[in-house]
Ligand binder design. Sequence first.
Ligand SMILES: [Zn+2]
Length: 317
Amino acid sequence: MTMICSICGSSDLSIFCTAEDRLQIRPGVVYEVWCCSACGYGWTEPSPADEELAEFYPPTYLGDFEKVIEEYLSGRLAGTSSWKMETEKAELVEKYVQSGRLLDIGCGEGKFLWSLDPKRWQRVGIDLNQPLIEAARNKIPDLDLHVGTIDDEVLEEEGYDVITFWHALEHIPDPLRALARTARLLRPGGLAFISLPKVESLQAQWFRRHWYAFGDVPRHLHHFSSTSLKLLLSQVGLAFIEEVFFSKAVNFHCWKHSMRSWSRERFRSQLPYILFKPALHLLPLLEALTGRQGVSTLIARKGESRGTLETFSPDSV
Ligand SMILES: [Zn+2]
């Protein structure tokens, strides 16, 4: 049977590289990253079945969440680079919308939601990780947090001004279905922010299996290009507005860890990494000039008039 791209239907597919899970949940398993030459969409093979996914997310996956909550409550989180990554997300959202009801998909312990001003934002988050959600609910009760997925019935249709996916969409088994649900959950004129690593980036092309984002296989089930994500957005009736490259910190982190991995495996030494490290500060400039950034955020809007999506159903695409 001929394989075809699940986004654009092309059969021009090939293996981009192999990759290994940095957490080695299943030691020794080597994954393949397949890519479509027509739209740039990539995916991981073998891809875990839905019932196996939880196994790949140990409680420590996002670090020591109890410590992070404690640091937030004591005020020690403010001023750290980790907190800056959250406040820059809030600044990006507020360039477009300054208040309303915001839903964060894959919210973890809710760190991004904490960075939003509670006087202006009604802050809702959902995540499959029950321990994180419960810990945050107990300690920070003014957030509206839920255990579940974007399909959960607790989420209100046409109930949100903004929906955010901060490095979440590539983890969701059916991204088309998730974006169709996003379109239904947004109020008319509402905005979706989708931030993710891009497979056509200079980082991915240069480092291949050493690229930091590929170390998150098989949790990264999908590896999007701008083109493939825009195709998905158009299929669910969300109008693409803009692609922005705003997180210097996240992008630099990705370059740094990719180069360290390459240096260690290729030369069995940290020395090449140390020698090349100063150049890491110039590479983001090259990315900006070529538009092939490692990490990007795409912003899309739901149509203003009610009923825009009435004719859409996931089965029709
Ligand atoms: Zn394709």
